[in-house]
Ligand binder design. Sequence first.
Ligand code: SF4
Length: 428
Amino acid sequence: MSCPTLPSDFPGPPAYVDCWNCPMMKKEMDALELAFRRKTKITAYLVDYIRKYAEELAKRDPKYVYKIMDFCGTHEWTIVHFGLRSVLEMAGVRNVELVAGPGCPVCVTPSYYLEQAMKLAFDGVVIYTYGDVFKLPAINRVNGARSLAEAKARGADVRLVHTFLHAVIDAKKHNKPSVFLGIGFETVAPGYSEAILKGLVPPNLKLMSLVKLTPPAMFYALDMVREKPTDYPISGVIAPGHVSTIVGGKAWAPVAEQYEIPVVVAGFEPNDVLTAIAEILKQLKNGEHKVVIEYVRAVKWEGDLKAQSSINTVFETVDSAWRGIGYIPKSGLALRERFRQYDALEHFGIPDLTPERWQYDLPPGCKCAEVNLGKAKPTDCPLFMKACTPDRPIGPCMVSVEGTCAIWARFGGGGLALEIAKEIGIAV
Ligand code: SF4
């Protein structure tokens, strides 16, 4: 089956502009739900454990709320899609709050780079990007366009690809000046570094490295989540599974040690997330703060050493700007000096963003920064599902499949939660 939302002459394999309306995605989601439904005995068991641990914690202080941050956008997707917050509430768990974190790279990419990409596109440079960046709104219009999708509609050559390698293959064919928007977390970085190290990247293709690193962001979010000193801190973290395949469980040890909170690296099925919550509550009950890898089918303690070596050879760690948030120390990857011939900014003479040049880059009223730092919910934003919707996004969190606002807009408000609660015997 080919992608129904793109013209057939798009380069490489299909990439999706509106995945949620795609029959292929629906098929995948149906299969995921079916797999989950076959495991509801395990779900009932896990929910029961969560309830027991939560009750024991409530005996210590009935008013205390244990906030658990699910860092990764895909974990938030699982939680909202399967209605896990509602399932826990129906099970009588009142003292545990799941808080979404900054785990959506598209949401935190500064508008500056998007605007530079649009300028290059209007100057005749081919821009390659992932599908979920296509509709990302910039703060400033470029030639009337607010996004790459609008730039393409005005004649710019913007091409959607699944991976950097697809851009490499396509750029070799046409030999025009080209730029790949390298947005992502540690998970995508080896794809960039290996293509460079293996000499696959043609001279006409440059990389705009916008890779962000997750552990520094987690530290930052844990510090910032308390708006007021009286707010409850984060009591535990569900660490990102895919990122951890690269960085390993060890990357989260400093978080557990410094904040004295449990960290569980979890997979993305609903029972993975419930297992992580149960483990965090168990540790809290026992006064422990360890890193536990629940996602053992994919993650090792050391991570992927080959990928880490490849990344470290090509990139260096730099202070990096996060959209609406500002600079987080050592939270980005830039090409090392000896690989600068691949650097899009250097090649096209574009000055990089600096702390002095960075400006607040969210539209008026948008609370994406607070949402990404776990300080607000999408429903706290006055624009949510009024002016800002998945079809007409105003802020960056309403665009990507990993954006908290987009997830809440698509799947919030019930749906599966009651059905699942009935299946596991906690609702009639
Ligand atoms: S609903 Fe839209 S405007 Fe409001 S925080 Fe989310 S993305 Fe920003």
